[in-house]
Design a protein around this ligand. Structure first.
Ligand code: DX5
Ligand code: ZN
Length: 211
């Protein structure tokens, strides 16, 4: 069954600990933490200190999505703060292979994310270092945007590239019950959702609707 990773970008920032507990009780498989530095994307969100403070509120894996210009600098911070998975953007470094090795050196799962305009071919020589591939189905920076349909083809192409490797495909942005079904059909293993999980406050019902 598809895994659901609620993005706390849509949570009540004044009550993050409580929100994370509620998501765990509602059946979330992991907590997706969108780290934005105000440079790589215009928005600014959580630092490692926030992640460290949240660690006590759940045993669910922390899926940290780094939308930052200098991911190599920040990997040690988030690893020590309690991340379980760290995903970096393919567009942010010419030394991706090295960055992935440093994530693995901390004993964590390593992921790479592709913006909507980034072709999947860049994944070819790093596949054996990856635990997950994050397909951005909106331009990163903000929640509540519409799903970009062209990314469905990218998901199926990546599924083919992966072959029998144990790599999970995660899709992030504009996920609702309709686009969730399309992503699952194309080969997605994990769905990230903010708006469609937090809307109306019925987290369990909203998570089940996505599955
Ligand atoms: C966008 C973030 C997403 C975002 C998804 O830059 O990476 O995780 O929170 O939000 P929705 O589900 O509202 O599109
Ligand atoms: Zn994200």
């Amino acid at each position: 069954m598809v895994k659901i990773a609620p993005s706390i970008l849509s949570a009540d920032f004044a009550n993050l600990g409580k929100e994370i507990k509620a998501l765990e009780q509602a059946g979330a498989d992991m907590i997706h933490i969108d780290v934005m530095d105000g440079h790589y994307v215009p928005n600014l969100t959580f630092g490692a200190g926030v992640v460290k403070a949240l660690r006590a509120y759940t045993t669910l894996p922390f899926d940290v999505h780094l939308m930052v210009t200098e991911p190599d600098k920040m990997i040690p911070w988030f690893a020590k703060a309690g991340a379980d998975i760290i995903t970096v953007h393919l567009e942010t470094s010419p030394h991706l292979d090295k960055i992935l090795m440093s994530i693995k050196d901390y004993g964590l799962k390593a992921g790479v994310s592709l913006n909507p305009s980034t072709p999947e071919e860049g994944l070819k020589y790093i596949l054996d270092r990856l635990d997950q591939i994050l397909v951005m189905s909106v331009n990163p920076g903000f929640g509540g945007q519409s799903f970009i349909d062209s990314q469905l083809e990218k998901i199926s192409n990546i599924k083919q590239m992966i072959g029998d490797r144990a790599i999970e495909i995660e899709v992030d942005g504009g996920i609702n019950p309709l686009t969730a079904a399309e992503c699952i059909a194309a080969g997605a293993d994990i769905l990230v959702a903010g708006s469609s999980i937090f809307v109306g406050g019925e987290y369990q019902k909203n998570i089940n609707n996505l599955r």
